[in-house]
Design a protein around this ligand. Structure first.
Ligand SMILES: [Cu+2]
Length: 119
């Protein structure tokens, strides 16, 4: 089975900067999306600004439980934790405030993981 996992860095965050007056109130737009697939997260690493929201979309065939590292304690950013599993088609959004590099994973399948860097 050819597993061509070429995660070329997808840098949507660089392209979509539109913060200048802050008058649009567009906090609901899903600017940063991470898909959870049967082969893992896509992309596995992304970079955002503090105050931005990342939406994790479950496109896998299994339940998804997003949580911060380190499995199983999730202590690096405890509030970044879905706290439950949700099925295919569901989504979990989290707004990152704290600057840092935050590892995340699927709590059901911790080998599926990635990193959000907040600047
Ligand atoms: Cu976990």
């Amino acid at each position: 089975m050819p597993l061509s996992e070429e995660n070329e860095s997808v840098r949507e965050s660089e392209v979509m900067k539109n913060k200048d007056g802050g008058m649009m109130g567009s906090s609901l737009s899903a600017k940063h999306v991470v898909k959870y697939t049967d082969t893992g997260f896509v992309p596995t690493a992304l970079e955002i600004a503090s105050g931005e929201t990342v939406t994790f979309v479950n496109e896998s065939g299994s339940d998804m439980w997003i949580a911060s590292g380190t499995h199983p304690a999730h202590e690096i950013l405890p509030e970044f934790d879905q706290m439950k599993g949700t099925p295919k088609g569901s989504a979990y959004s989290f707004t990152f405030i704290r600057v840092g590099t935050w590892k995340f994973h699927d709590h059901f399948n911790p080998s599926a993981n990635g990193t959000v860097t907040v600047k």
